[in-house]
Design a protein around this ligand. Structure first.
Ligand code: ADP
Ligand code: MG
Length: 235
């Protein structure tokens, strides 16, 4: 196969493409510029870490990449689709199918068990027997096979984040977004979560964008960027 066969060309096109993203919020004293001319591309199986000071727009960028919020200018495409061109109901379905989110605070539902929490993103689709099998496999892979019927309050912080990883991955998303996923954890739990996140996104050939203040976590990922003064730079 030479470099110009269709397969190679397809591989060369990033699955996630952000082109010249700008974001500004209205404020009393004119627009508050948060992002300026931010571009990046990721292919299946690739990961990046984004660092930068608080308030520099890291979460805003993740929200735009995750289709939760439109950019003020520029364009995002995920798997060749411009999500912001979709009607609201199709956008929500696209996001549910294509994007998995992991937040600093696990966002698990306190009244639901570990297994039920992992299955929540599957409730929007048609009922399928295999989702419970997949949830059990993911939880097993994350070292939580004995905790399926436990409530979040009965778990440690690291265990809750591992449940959040399983929930983010249950629908086999193309894109995983993690916003300071180890920010609330002690060093030992943070390391364990970092290792598992890194192993799992690769096993699933997903794309992963991790926002972190931890240089140790950032080192695990393929490329590292710094967001500051509204601009994203590879470091
Ligand atoms: P980071 O995650 O890097 O700490 P954020 O993306 O949360 O930064 O915020 C970047 C800037 O945008 C901050 O100044 C914040 O106050 C502002 N901001 C974030 N969301 C909104 C919003 N919905 N409306 C107005 N300003 C916002
Ligand atoms: Mg943030």
């Amino acid at each position: 196969m030479n470099a110009f066969t269709p397969n190679r060309v397809a591989e060369a096109v990033p699955n996630l493409c952000a082109e010249s993203l700008g974001k500004a919020y209205p404020s009393g004293c004119g627009p508050l510029v948060v992002l300026r001319d931010v571009s990046l591309g990721l292919r299946a199986g690739e990961s990046i870490a984004i660092m930068g000071p608080s308030g520099s727009g890291k979460s805003t960028l993740l929200h735009i990449l995750g289709t939760l919020e439109p950019p003020s200018s520029g364009r995002v495409t995920l798997a060749g689709c411009d999500p912001f061109s979709l009607p609201a109901d199709e956008l929500a379905a696209f996001r549910n199918r294509s994007v998995g989110f992991i937040f600093q605070d696990h966002h698990l539902l306190p009244q639901c068990t570990v297994l039920e929490n992992v299955l929540i993103p599957t409730l929007a689709g048609a009922a399928r027997d295999d989702v419970t099998t997949r949830a059990r496999q993911l939880l097993d892979r994350l070292g939580l096979a004995e905790r399926l019927d436990h409530l979040p309050a009965e778990l440690s912080g690291g265990e809750r984040q591992r449940v959040a990883i399983a929930r983010a991955m249950i629908n086999r998303p193309l894109l995983l977004l993690a916003d300071e996923p180890t920010g609330n954890l002690d060093r030992h739990s943070a390391d364990a979560v970092g290792v598992l996140l890194h192993e799992l996104y690769r096993e699933e050939s997903a794309m992963l964008v991790v926002v972190t203040h931890s240089p140790v976590l950032a080192e695990r990922f393929g490329r590292r960027y710094e967001l500051s003064e509204h601009v994203l730079r590879e470091v």
